[in-house]
Design a binder for this molecule. Structure first.
Ligand SMILES: *[C@@H]1O[C@H](CO)[C@@H](O)[C@H](O)[C@H]1NC(C)=O
Ligand SMILES: *[C@@H]1O[C@H](CO)[C@@H](O)[C@H](O)[C@H]1NC(C)=O
Ligand SMILES: *[C@@H]1O[C@H](CO)[C@@H](O)[C@H](O)[C@H]1NC(C)=O
Ligand SMILES: *[C@@H]1O[C@H](CO)[C@@H](O)[C@H](O)[C@H]1NC(C)=O
Ligand SMILES: *[C@@H]1O[C@H](CO)[C@@H](O)[C@H](O)[C@H]1NC(C)=O
Ligand SMILES: *[C@@H]1O[C@H](CO)[C@@H](O)[C@H](O)[C@H]1NC(C)=O
Length: 457
């Protein structure tokens, strides 16, 4: 007893002291269970001692200029860190050491100039990264690479002129659904990199209010996104603007007013749904996908992107696909997995024009395609056999009294008399027609024949 009391007292005392130091060191901070809120206190640096139990730290609206290495280490439960509306212009290496559990980081409305590769490399649990309203001119190509759990990244209202779209891939960012790059300064988009983004990411890329230069390929991409019903285009239709001939004063809302694009080849927009955009192939057969374009000349360069985000250029890929100089892509032996939308990109080197084209390939097993013939054939056979049976019954049965054993109907007629008999035949289609993949024809068509035969005149 004595012993345990002896231990407990100093413990209590030390926690009390910690609490006291806390309050005295950080006047104005409010601690509510696992939340520590120190917002709007004019803080110039993060307090040295932070409560180890904190899951949420709020330092919004302060005057933080610099974060020290390991500022948030020793907080094993830290999940949310709010640093918005401060004066941070860069992050030093190790700022987020030992904070690998962090899932929400708000660095919006600061003065960050760039996003370096090392900034977030420890943050493997990060789900939501807010970087909007800074002065970021560059995101380094590996800056987001270790954020494998990233769901949403907000980079709008910065000064980006490009973005490393190629660093976002299916296997690298499984969960990414929002990538907001709107209100930046991108004059051109790397369309083939964007086309190669996983579909889930593509649907969540926001690019409105950039300084895009009006050109057909760019326009084609957004028209396609519109067709696919992407929210980015639906919700911000009017903010999709581009500069005619790159002239800052000639900004057009290109989804609203598309006159500038009247000379863009409609085909080049690759609107899916046309017959020539859809290709049905039987598994095992070869298929040739043509890259249609209105661009003409000797200087055209073609490139394909497969549904698996694989780049294909002449002469092709690992013996499964061959590509020709004229842009045609040949799948040597189509497999079911080859189904999907193939993008072709044509670039005219001399006039530096781009066009894209899509082909929706559907590969089916051989049986499925052969089915219509089989069904028709067996149905016909079934009808003939049934008809022969009817005729045999009607004309070869020696005694027809079997039918008359039934109570006579109110309005007797020759056809009604035998309807009971005929209906015995109906549910038993001719044995020859039984087989996998042929059911639909038998059951829908054969009974029709019988209804006609047995219905009253
Ligand atoms: C960082 O984490 C490791 C292991 O979890 C721990 O040993 C180390 O003390 C931590 N560093 C700091 C500064 O908290
Ligand atoms: C569009 O972008 C410009 C500059 O990037 C910015 O000043 C402006 O506020 C943005 N407009 C909207 C509606 O966000
Ligand atoms: C489209 O082509 C026509 C005929 O060549 C030309 O008169 C017109 O100015 C062109 N429109 C644009 C927006 O370039
Ligand atoms: C391109 O070349 C291949 C092989 O020479 C040929 O099979 C294909 O039909 C050509 N495509 C076009 C559009 O001319
Ligand atoms: C077409 O795409 C290429 C990238 O392959 C790019 O370098 C070029 O600037 C684009 N041309 C136009 C007119 O946008
Ligand atoms: C491609 O074709 C298949 C089958 O015809 C269809 O189910 C699918 O929706 C099409 N994909 C697109 C993107 O149009």
């Amino acid at each position: 007893m004595l012993c345990s009391q002896g231990v407990a007292a100093p413990l209590m005392l030390s926690s009390l002291m910690l609490h006291l130091t806390w309050a005295s060191l950080n006047p104005g901070c409010v601690k509510v269970s696992d939340i520590l809120s120190c917002s709007n206190l004019g803080l110039e640096q993060v307090p040295k001692q932070l409560p180890a139990t904190a899951a949420t730290l709020d330092f919004n609206h302060n005057h933080l200029v610099q974060l020290e290495e390991g500022s948030f280490a020793g907080l094993p439960h830290l999940v949310t860190l709010r640093l918005a509306h401060n004066r941070l212009s860069n992050l030093s290496p190790g700022t987020f050491r030992n904070t690998s559990g962090l899932r929400h980081l708000d660095l919006s409305s600061n003065q960050l100039h760039k996003v370096d590769n090392y900034y977030f490399q420890e943050l493997v649990s990060m789900e939501e990264l807010l970087l909007f309203n800074n002065q970021i001119v560059r995101v380094e190509s590996n800056a987001l690479i270790s954020l494998i759990n990233l769901r949403k990244a907000y980079l709008s209202h910065n000064r980006l002129t490009d973005f490393p779209f190629f660093s976002i891939q299916e296997h690298s960012h499984h969960f990414l659904v929002t990538l907001d790059l709107s209100s930046n300064r991108m004059p051109k988009l790397p369309l083939e990199d964007i086309a190669a983004l996983p579909a889930s990411v593509q649907g969540g890329v926001f690019l409105h209010n950039n300084s895009l230069i009006c050109e057909c390929a760019m326009y084609g991409m957004f028209r396609q996104w519109e067709q696919k019903g992407f929210l980015s285009v639906k919700d911000y239709r009017e903010e999709h603007t581009c500069l005619v001939y790159g002239e800052p004063r000639a900004s057009v809302q290109f989804l609203e007013h598309s006159r500038f694009f009247e000379n863009c080849s409609i085909k080049a927009q690759g609107l899916l749904g046309d017959a020539e955009n859809n290709l049905h192939v039987i598994a095992g057969d070869p298929a040739v996908l043509e890259c249609q374009t209105s661009l003409r000349g000797q200087h055209l360069i073609y490139q394909w992107v497969s549904p698996h985000q694989e780049y294909i250029a002449p002469p092709g890929n690992n013996n499964a696909m061959r590509m020709y100089a004229n842009g045609s892509l040949e799948i040597l032996e189509a497999r079911i997995e080859d189904s999907g939308v193939y993008w072709c990109m044509v670039l005219d080197r001399l006039q530096s024009r781009n066009e894209t084209w899509e082909v929706n390939v559907t590969v089916t097993m051989r049986d499925h395609v052969v089915e219509p013939f089989n069904t028709g054939f067996t149905t016909l056979l079934g009808c003939v056999v049934s008809l022969v049976l009817v005729l045999m019954y009607l004309y070869l049965t020696p005694c027809r009294c079997w039918c008359r054993k039934q109570p006579p109907p109110a309005t007797p007629s020759p056809a009604n008399e035998c309807s009971a008999q005929s209906s015995i035949l109906t549910p038993t289609p001719p044995a020859t027609t039984e087989g996998p993949g042929r059911k639909a024809g038998n059951h829908s068509i054969v009974p029709d024949v019988w209804t006609t035969v047995s219905s009253p005149p």
